[in-house]
Design a protein around this ligand. Structure first.
Ligand SMILES: [Zn+2]
Length: 214
């Protein structure tokens, strides 16, 4: 699947495709998760509240303004709308926000582990540092403020005892980041279970970090 920003119809179909991908990969269950794309400075397509994202249709999506008012569509926007809007306010460089509960990454936060992104080349280059946001009541503007504070320079964050958020210059970028977060968490978990976590040598790490976009 390759995602490109385009017409409104195309953007909605891309959001549906990402929701389905998250469901198929087990990153969400039931009505969990939310996805948005910034169409214009004051217009965001976002998934609705209370909807099973594995079965979502393009016509279920809502177009909202920068305050969260519905401009187009039926129903209520995602309960995590404040978090999406706070991220768009703070990050002019992003066009997409995805939130899911990938099981291994989420389990790390429940077990009190940070995500170590310096163990795998792909994670070093694609993710950089992934902060863990201390638990905060979801759905609130305070939650949105804390998450956006932590993600001023981050492509992803883990949400303690909750899940993960990824942002990107495109929806494809945000999806890639979320998948890479879960992969890094999975490999750490398996290595830890095997009994030894061997870091990359410092010189290898420095060479990879130099590849990160500034
Ligand atoms: Zn959540």
């Amino acid at each position: 699947m390759s995602l490109h920003m385009g017409s409104t119809d195309q953007v909605r179909h891309e959001i549906v495709a990402v929701c389905q991908r998250f469901y198929q990969r087990g990153f969400i269950a039931g009505t969990e998760g939310n996805v948005s794309v910034r169409l214009a400075p004051d217009r965001v397509w976002i998934t609705p509240s209370g909807c099973h994202k594995g079965m979502i249709r393009a016509e279920d999506l809502l177009l909202i303004d920068a305050s969260g008012n519905v401009c187009l569509g039926q129903g209520r926007p995602s309960s995590e709308t404040p978090m999406h809007l706070m991220l768009y306010r703070r990050r002019v460089d992003i066009q997409a926000v995805v939130h899911a509960h990938p099981p291994i990454a989420t389990s790390l936060t429940v077990a009190g582990y940070e995500l170590n992104t310096s163990l795998l080349p792909e994670a070093v280059v694609a993710l950089g540092t992934v902060p863990t946001v201390p638990y905060q009541m979801p759905t609130t503007w305070e939650f949105g403020t804390v998450v956006s504070d932590a993600m001023q320079h981050a492509a992803a964050a883990l949400l303690e005892n909750h899940g993960a958020v990824a942002v990107g210059a495109s929806l494809q970028d945000a999806l890639n980041i979320m998948e890479t977060v879960e992969r890094a968490a999975q490999i750490f978990y398996l290595a830890h279970t095997l009994g030894r976590v061997q870091p990359l040598p410092p010189e290898a790490l420095h060479a990879l970090q130099a590849l990160r976009p500034s």
